[in-house]
Design a protein around this ligand. Structure first.
Ligand code: ARG
Length: 486
């Protein structure tokens, strides 16, 4: 492409920009600076640009820039009047953006340039002073942290709502029984509440983990400059305070190149997805004809385009499926970081899309799962109670019955193994054996064996701390209520 065509590209209006605000003359942008002789190749300009996705940061960029301008005035680097003009101009951009009037195109390269350019249009030459004692490197780091800090609060709130609905269902189902599994083989019956409270606990750890991550997100890199600090007498504590950061980075190189906080967030997000995905998998199994433990309500299920009888669990399937992209973003972030020499490298521009997508994915999945649990799912309690009577999941309790009456547990275990085998051959369940049959097996068996092995007794009896016994479950529900109200 001939040189002047390239310049024309940069001069021409942005193809897909709807902005009613006219673009300023691009003559300043023909070349990067006086150091350059020709403009960027248009394809490279678009390859280089991040505006299509970092526009997501605009409100944080404006807030960060307002704090920076206030600090410049406070420290006498610019005059108080200039500081006020900058702050007001930035506020005007915020309003324009919110009203859909400010939609910068790729000629702006990134959100930081877009804002500075528009600011200069609004306030004139003083706009060119905003970037004093600052680099886009500490600026973008500040924006990303402000963004993530807010998103983490929203995710924590969504986790609380998810926990709340788990708790409501648990409370209504303390005495609803459900088969418990190990190796996906019937193991011991459980209180349905106990089963759901396991997910409550996972969400509790997720909530706490996000709080931990938030502490390291909330440290200000602003004032680290490009990499080495600045020659101006800035006050980093002042901007940190205005932006409600808890602390500031101690080392300027680390400040501009650290993305540990993003990796940590992606780890926490991945674990949330692991938990949601496991619950999804169970709901998918439970809603199958093979289990029939839950019915999906029409508001949260979909049909098939060809098989009229189908009702599909699309919501939990999508949550399970979306888990993969969050894991992928974590992996990508780790790989982006591993070979980077200090300090800022353009590779770091690649931190954003995966981060934004993970935030949105986790938020959407938490919302969808909360709705599904609250109004899209009906536990078939009759069928569940029936399910726990049709298997040998009370076999441990027969062994425990003998062990409590002095028979060594291993001996009792072997004895019950034998009964299970003969019962299966005879097409019977343990509850179908006559007292004589029990006593032939061992004289310690009495009439009370029948209540001892009824599913309700079996569940109630597991009253050890943290177990499925109803007393334990009721206590766990109380403790959980307190936990989420704090
Ligand atoms: N758009 C860039 C990013 O997201 C902003 C920082 C650019 N810094 C630089 N030295 N080129 O990382």
């Amino acid at each position: 492409m001939p040189k002047d065509e390239r310049i024309n590209f940069l001069l021409s209006p942005i193809p897909n920009s709807q902005s009613p605000i006219p673009n300023i003359s691009m003559t300043e942008k023909q070349t990067w600076s006086q150091r350059f002789e020709s403009a960027l190749h248009p394809a490279i300009a678009s390859f280089n640009a991040s505006i299509s996705f970092d526009i997501e940061l605009i409100e944080y960029d404006l807030t960060g820039s307002q704090a920076h301008a206030q600090m410049l005035a406070q420290t006498g680097i610019i005059s108080p009047a200039e500081g006020e003009e900058l702050v007001a101009g930035l506020e005007q951009i915020r309003q324009e953006y919110r009203q859909g009037q400010f939609q910068p195109g790729i000629d702006a390269e990134d959100v930081h340039f877009a804002v500075e350019r528009r600011l200069t249009e609004i306030v004139g030459d003083v706009g060119k002073k905003l970037h004093t004692a600052r680099s886009r490197n500490d600026q973008v780091g500040t924006d990303t942290r402000l963004y993530l800090r807010e998103q983490i609060q929203q995710i924590k709130q969504l986790l609380r709502e998810f926990q709340g609905v788990l708790l409501d269902i648990a409370q209504q189902n303390v005495e609803t029984l459900i088969p418990g599994y190990t190796h996906l083989q019937r193991a011991q019956p459980l209180s349905l509440a106990h089963h759901l409270l396991a997910y409550f606990q996972m969400a509790q750890r997720d909530w706490e983990r996000l709080g931990d991550v938030a502490r390291r997100v909330n440290i200000s890199p602003l004032g680290c400059g490009a990499l080495a600090g600045t020659t101006f007498p800035i006050d980093r504590h002042y901007t940190a305070k205005l932006l409600h950061f808890d602390d500031i980075y101690a080392n300027s190189l680390d400040g501009v190149s650290d993305r540990d906080f993003a990796v940590e967030f992606l780890c926490a997000a991945s674990l949330i997805m692991v938990h949601l995905s496991r619950l999804s998998e169970e709901i998918i199994l439970w809603s199958s004809e093979e289990f029939r433990f839950v019915t999906l309500k029409d508001s949260c299920a979909t049909g098939s385009s060809i098989m009229p009888q189908k009702k599909n669990p699309d919501v939990p399937e999508l949550v399970r499926g979306k888990t993969g992209r969050v894991f992928g973003h974590l992996q990508a972030m780790l790989v982006i970081m591993k070979g980077l020499p200090l300090a800022y490298n353009k590779d770091l521009q690649e931190d954003k899309e995966g981060l934004f997508d993970s935030v949105k994915t986790v938020q959407a999945c938490l919302e969808a799962m909360t709705i599904l649990l609250r109004e899209g799912l009906e536990f078939r309690t009759h069928r569940l109670n029936e399910a726990v009577t049709e298997d040998f999941s009370n076999a441990t309790d027969v062994a425990d019955y003998l062990a409590a009456r002095g028979v060594p547990f291993r001996e009792a275990y072997n004895l019950v193994g034998k009964v299970v085998k003969t019962s299966i051959a005879a097409g019977k369940l343990l509850k179908d054996l006559t007292l004589e049959e029990w006593q032939q097996l061992h004289p310690a068996f009495q009439e009370d064996i029948y209540t001892a092995i009824s599913p309700k007794t079996v569940v109630a009896a597991r009253n050890s701390y943290g177990g499925t016994g109803f007393e334990q479950v009721n206590k766990a529900i109380l403790a959980a209520r307190i936990q989420i109200s704090e």
